[in-house]
Design a protein around this ligand. Structure first.
Ligand SMILES: Nc1nc2c(ncn2[C@@H]2O[C@H](COP(=O)(O)OP(=O)(O)OP(=O)(O)O)[C@@H](O)[C@H]2O)c(=O)[nH]1
Ligand SMILES: [Mg+2]
Length: 220
């Protein structure tokens, strides 16, 4: 497994780097999706299912960002998809320069969508534009419906929210209506998809949205 050691970008403006990367990706027709959530919310499991479900329609690659280890990149590679593991030198987020360096180390020939599985945490990743064409976040049922109140920025900066592990709803006190209300208050335009990567429920709606985003990205 290819592991790239990244270091914090030393350029002055992350926003400028992000805009530059986004323009480059737009020209390439490659949709980069920045996937954010807290640790263990189900990012890699959701990605694995999405890659398998869409394998005849689009080619998906994944950049796995972690502080250590390469287990997630190995899970994706086992599906036959292009994957790379990057380490962030202890940092709790990816910035645009790090994202670009990671992408430069991937074989993206023929790839339609590249996911950046960002570091698991609800705070830092929301503060940095990675240059992605869209931001998607996951909140899992066991984490609770109060998270938009405590960590508003990620909900505000995301284009879509996947509410994951809905197969676990019977075992947790989780008010889906309250969650929708809190999220929509912060971000009226966000798309919300309740999913279970375990049973497959809700996956089709999310996958169709992703394909629509790819088509829209290439039209711009
Ligand atoms: N019940 C249930 N469990 C799930 C679902 N999706 C993931 N899990 C479980 O949740 C745990 C964490 O899943 P991962 O996919 O590794 O989560 P992650 O967000 O990639 O984790 P990090 O990369 O460590 O932040 C595993 O035990 C999964 O089996 C789901 O839809 N339902
Ligand atoms: Mg993971």
């Amino acid at each position: 497994m290819k592991i790239i050691e990244l270091h914090k970008s030393i350029t002055e403006s992350n926003d400028r780097d992000a805009e530059k990367l986004r323009n480059r990706l737009r020209k390439q027709g490659l949709l980069l999706v920045n996937l954010m959530s807290s640790a263990g919310s189900g990012k890699t499991t959701m990605l694995s299912r999405t890659i398998t479900d869409l394998k005849d329609r689009v080619r998906i690659a994944v950049m796995e960002a972690d502080i250590d280890a390469s287990v997630d990149a190995e899970r994706i590679a086992a599906l036959g998809a292009v994957s790379i593991q990057v380490h962030t030198d202890g940092m709790c987020h990816m910035d645009a320069g790090m994202t670009e360096e990671g992408l430069n180390n991937m074989d993206l020939e023929g790839i339609d969508i590249a996911f950046l599985e960002n570091i698991g945490n609800l705070i830092c990743p929301a503060e940095y534009d990675t240059g992605a064409g869209c931001n998607v976040m996951i909140l899992s049922v066991p984490e609770g419906d109060d998270k938009p109140l405590k960590y508003p920025l990620m909900f505000q900066n995301s284009d879509a929210l996947l509410v994951s592990k809905i197969d676990a709803l019977p075992y947790f006190r989780f008010d889906m209506d309250k969650l929708y209300e809190r999220v929509r208050y912060l971000n009226p335009d966000i798309k919300i998809f309740p999913i279970s990567a375990k049973t497959g429920e809700g996956m089709k709606e999310w996958e169709e949205w992703l394909l629509e985003r790819l088509a829209a990205w290439r039209k711009k």
